[in-house]
Each structure stands twice: as structure tokens, then as C-alpha cells.
Design a protein around this ligand. Structure first.
Ligand SMILES: Nc1ncnc2c1ncn2[C@@H]1O[C@H](COP(=O)(O)OP(=O)(O)OP(=O)(O)O)[C@@H](O)[C@H]1O
Ligand SMILES: [Mg+2]
Length: 292
């Protein structure tokens, strides 16, 4: 039974999509992974560059017939197997890959589709994932940066959350507001998580602002988590911070997964690979511990 892990924060541009893509790729080295773009902005779908890897007609048809909006019609969809994107004709890949599937975002239509459903609409993603969960080890969801029906679907479908927080002034105030929203949803639905991960992102150790924010995340923010009624009961881990480095956007601009880009073209940045390996290991072991 796969674990559903969503990367969340209502603040935009904090590295949610970048983290979702890199973490899914990391886990897919040895696991069966499904990555879902659940954001109307479709940033992740754009990064995946499907038109370049598949026959145009196939992708057009796929996007028409297999759109995630079907879950709001209480229907199922077939994820797209993108494992071969990372392999050559002989099935070889720069970085190992077991299995990676993807559900693209059809754009803003998912927002209107979610809002237009009548009746209990907050559990529809959960219901769909329950049906396909046993086919995967991990399901990673790139969430949208707003509180909405779509967002509640993400919160209620997840087994664990990664709250991405950029190490910049005001990030903590925003992150606290987010915790209140989360705590309310959890309380309303009597929902909990196996684990809550906090991930500082885009950290620049040369900047005083970043250093101060990181200290605040490590201290008062981690403590504040415990004061919320629903969140306070969830085991919580602060993950190692992701540094602010151009290699993240460089890989994205040529539409490569970070790991394959570094191993293929920029091996001087292997420290980042190690960091991602460690983060994935921590997440895996905490979730396994929670299963026992
Ligand atoms: N660690 C990093 N170092 C440098 N740049 C980064 C890093 N992580 C992400 N970025 C860049 O920051 C920008 C925003 O990142 P990303 O799209 O992942 O954020 P997001 O939280 O998903 O945004 P949104 O809320 O709009 O969905 C992108 O251009 C990305 O390339
Ligand atoms: Mg995003």
C-alpha cells in the first residue's frame, strides 16, 4: 500500500514543485512512484515536457480522455507511465529508475471542476487514490498554493505532508497561518497524518535573513507545532534544508529531472544528490517507523 506524500504551503514560489519533482525522482530509483500535478498552474506538467517525449496525438488524446478532472465526476483515470522518458532505447538510464508514473494537470479547469461538484467534494481525490494505492510504493502530490476545494482534497488524501518553507523574512508568519488552516481541516474531518515533515527551502547561508529564519524554524516554529490541537499529536521531523542553488533552475530550464541533469552534465553538484538521498531516506524511515 503506497504512502501519499503531499508538498504543501499556501505561499507561492517556495519550492513545492521543485521538491515534488526531485523527491519523486529520488524515490523512483528503487520504488514504484506516482507523481501528481494537482495545481491549475500546471508548472510540473510543463517541466515534464510530455510533448517532446511522446507522440503529440497520443498526448493530446491522453490529456483529453484521462484528465484528473474525472475524479470530480467520481470516475477513475489511468496514470501515464513516464519511466521511459528517463531511459534510452536500451532501457538504460543515467540515474537508476524503477517505475515513475505521472498524472498531469489539465490547467485551471481542475479548479472549476472541483468547485462545481455537488455534495461531498473534499474526499474525491482520497477515494480515487484508495483505488490505485496498492500499485505504488509512494504517491507524491505537488499541491497548489491556495486554500480551496482542491487543497482540502490534497490534505484529506495524504498520509504525510511536507511543509515547504522558504528561509526568508515573513515566511514564518505565513507558515503559522497555514498551520491554523491545516489544523482546522484536520479537526473538521477527524483526520491525522503518519508524519509531518518541515522542509526549509532555498536557503542561502551567506544571508543573515536566511540564517535567522532557519534558526526560527528550528526553534519556535517546531515548538509552535505542538500547540495545535490536531497537528500537535502528529510526529514531526525537521528535514535538512535545501540550499538556494542555480542547479535547480538550470535543470528545470532544460526540462531535466535534477538527478539526471547533475549526473549527466553537472557532476560538480553531486553534494545536492547526496542531500536528496538523505532527505528521501529520512522520509522513508520515518514513515516505516510509523507503520510499525
Ligand atoms: N533550492 C532552490 N534553489 C534555487 N532556486 C530554486 C530552488 N527551488 C526552487 N527554485 C526556483 O524557484 C522558483 C519557484 O519554485 P517552485 O516552482 O518549485 O515553487 P512552488 O512553491 O511550486 O511555486 P507555486 O506556489 O507557484 O506552485 C522556480 O523558478 C525554481 O526553479
Ligand atoms: Mg508549484
Amino acid at each position: 500500500m503506497g504512502s501519499v506524500i503531499s508538498i504543501v504551503n499556501q505561499k507561492g514560489g517556495v519550492g513545492k514543485t521543485t521538491t515534488a519533482q526531485a523527491l519523486a525522482r529520488e524515490l523512483a530509483k528503487m520504488n514504484k512512484v506516482l507523481l501528481i500535478d494537482f495545481d491549475g498552474q500546471a508548472t510540473l506538467t510543463e517541466l515534464m515536457d510530455l510533448n517532446n517525449h511522446f507522440d503529440n496525438e497520443f498526448i493530446t488524446n491522453y490529456m483529453k480522455t484521462e484528465s484528473i478532472v474525472k475524479i470530480f465526476e467520481r470516475d477513475s483515470i489511468e496514470p501515464l507511465d513516464i519511466t521511459a522518458i528517463l531511459q534510452d532505447e536500451n532501457g538504460k538510464s543515467i540515474v537508476p529508475i524503477k517505475e515513475l508514473h505521472f498524472i498531469p494537470s489539465p490547467g485551471n479547469i481542475i479548479v472549476s471542476s472541483a468547485e462545481s461538484v455537488s455534495g461531498g467534494k473534499d474526499m474525491l481525490l482520497n477515494k480515487y487514490l484508495q483505488k490505485i494505492k496498492d500499485k505504488y510504493d509512494f504517491i507524491i502530490i505537488d499541491a497548489l498554493p491556495s486554500v480551496s476545494t482542491l487543497f482540502r482534497n490534497v490534505l484529506l488524501a495524504s498520509d504525510a505532508l511536507i511543509v515547504a518553507i522558504q528561509t526568508k523574512t515573513n515566511a514564518i508568519a505565513g507558515a503559522n497561518g497555514f498551520l491554523q488552516v491545516l489544523d482546522d481541516v484536520l479537526g473538521d474531518y477527524d483526520k491525522t497524518y503518519k508524519h509531518l515533515f518541515i522542509l526549509p527551502t532555498m536557503y542561502n547561508k551567506q544571508r543573515r535573513d536566511d540564517k535567522e529564519t532557519l534558526v526560527e524554524i528550528m526553534g519556535s516554529y517546531m515548538q509552535a507545532l505542538k500547540t495545535f490541537s490536531a497537528i500537535g499529536k502528529i510526529p514531526t521531523t525537521l528535514l535538512e534544508e535545501i540550499p538556494d542553488r542555480t542547479v535547480f533552475s538550470n535543470a528545470q530550464s532544460v526540462r531535466y529531472f535534477l538527478q539526471d541533469y547533475i549526473e549527466g552534465f553537472d557532476t560538480g553538484k553531486r553534494d545536492i544528490l547526496l542531500l536528496l538521498e538523505n532527505i528521501a531516506k529520512t522520509i522513508t524511515s520515518k514513515l516505516e517507523a510509523g507503520d510499525k
